[in-house]
Design a protein around this ligand. Structure first.
Ligand SMILES: NC(=O)c1ccc[n+]([C@@H]2O[C@H](COP(=O)([O-])OP(=O)(O)OC[C@H]3O[C@@H](n4cnc5c(N)ncnc54)[C@H](O)[C@@H]3O)[C@@H](O)[C@H]2O)c1
Length: 361
């Protein structure tokens, strides 16, 4: 193991920044030396509250990026992911960026191009990837046990679970349920399937709950979708149905499933209650459907018991990659593909027809 220490900064000191600090603190080779927030004084207040003795506190990300740092965590609302991460990569810092990667596809493309031009490192923070059962799921699909996978279905829904604040502003969040929780289930399905290349999307979105004062305290400020459904075609003849909901009159939007020519796999979410669902990456069960012994058979896949803190695992993997000079654990270049899908969903819903998805890389 390398003895090298790394210096880290945190950009955006709101809700999720605390979890980055808590995770870095458990890593003996990491020093948190700087924090920044655009709200004047907020970074200083955060540093004091978190006991970050000696850390510099700045009122802009550019001031923070001028410091001697190896890496930064970007914990700002979605709309500033592009500007802050591009500036950080240009300043030679390795970046762990909170999900979703960006608001628009153009931003995501610029971010990937910047990484290429500057030989940078930009990793996107999907902690459910660190659940050992996600790896098990990926191993089952990629083992070929299902044969040719021609159809997948993913997504999930909360009966009630709409955030407010920056999450419902079109300008700050870009999209609603799709960007907030849909990105997790998309990453689960796409990563499992080896991130195939999308060619077209046909989608519908709505916001009947968010804009209704009966259901949301900030209904007059609600500008994004609270429900979305999409059919995505890929260049390998695979089709994915994707459904996501922040609020609905239903208990579940169904399981994630993969249909193959030799077998099918159903994945159900862990937990119960209005905020549960596959979207957070917790797998409750996996069942393989196959024909064996002369009949229709199903096999419950034994899940891997664990007590991992997935958020910590994501931060640890990133920090170790920075220390050891490894590539981005969850590369922006891969996540660009799901940004292209989300972009396609929003365009298709707006135009009320199927739209093409074009990827330059
Ligand atoms: N991985 C997860 O489990 C998880 C959970 C919650 C939120 N998130 C993501 O984290 C991001 C932040 O969410 P949050 O709940 O912490 O939001 P938040 O609104 O609580 O905090 C964001 C902070 O960033 C600051 N900010 C805005 N623009 C900035 C800039 N250019 N430079 C510096 N600071 C800036 C804001 O003033 C605010 O203090 C979002 O993209 C969200 O999707 C991830």
């Amino acid at each position: 193991m390398s003895e090298r220490r790394i210096k880290v900064g945190i950009i955006g000191t709101g809700g999720i920044a605390r979890y980055h600090v808590m995770s870095y603190r458990k890593l003996p080779f990491v020093d948190i030396v700087a924090v920044a927030d655009v709200i004047p004084g907020r970074a200083r207040e955060f540093a004091e509250k978190e006991g970050l003795v000696g850390a510099g506190a700045y009122d802009s990300h550019t001031e923070l990026l001028a410091q001697d740092l190896d890496a930064v965590s970007i914990c700002t609302p979605n709309a500033s992911h592009h500007r802050t991460s591009v500036d950080a990569v240009r300043a030679g810092k390795k970046v762990l960026l909170e999900k979703p990667m960006s608001v628009t596809l153009e931003e995501a493309l610029d971010m990937v191009q910047t990484v290429k031009t500057h030989d940078g490192m930009l990793s996107i923070g999907f902690q459910p990837r660190y659940d050992p059962n996600m790896k098990l799921l990926q191993d089952i699909i990629q083992s070929g046990r299902l044969g040719n996978v021609y159809y997948a279905e993913t997504g999930g829904g909360r009966r009630r679970g709409m955030p407010g604040g920056t999450f419902i502003s079109k300008a700050l969040a870009g999209a609603g349920a799709m960007a907030d929780i849909g990105c997790y289930s998309l990453d689960m399905a796409l990563n499992t399937l080896g991130y195939p290349r999308p060619v077209s999307v046909s989608a519908f979105t709505s916001n009947h709950f968010g804009t209704n004062p009966l259901y949301h305290q900030e209904a007059s400020k609600f500008e994004v979708e609270d429900f979305g459904v999409a059919m995505v075609r890929f260049d390998n003849d695979l089709v994915l149905q994707f459904k996501i909901s922040w609020a609905m009159h239903m208990d579940t939007l169904g399981a994630t499933m993969f249909l193959g020519t030799d077998a099918g796999l159903k994945v159900t979410p862990a937990g119960s209650g209005p905020w549960s669902g596959v979207w957070d990456g917790a797998i409750g069960s996996m069942t393989l459907y196959h024909d064996d012994f002369g009949g229709h058979t199903s096999t419950a896949v034994p899940l891997i018991g664990h007590s991992l803190d997935l958020f910590f695992e994501k931060v640890r993997d990133f920090a170790e990659a920075v220390r050891d000079g490894r590539p981005a654990p969850i590369p922006a270049e891969q996540i660009l593909i799901q940004q292209a899908i989300i972009d396609g969903v929003l365009r298709s819903a707006d135009q009320r027809r199927e739209v093409e998805v074009k990827l330059p890389y």
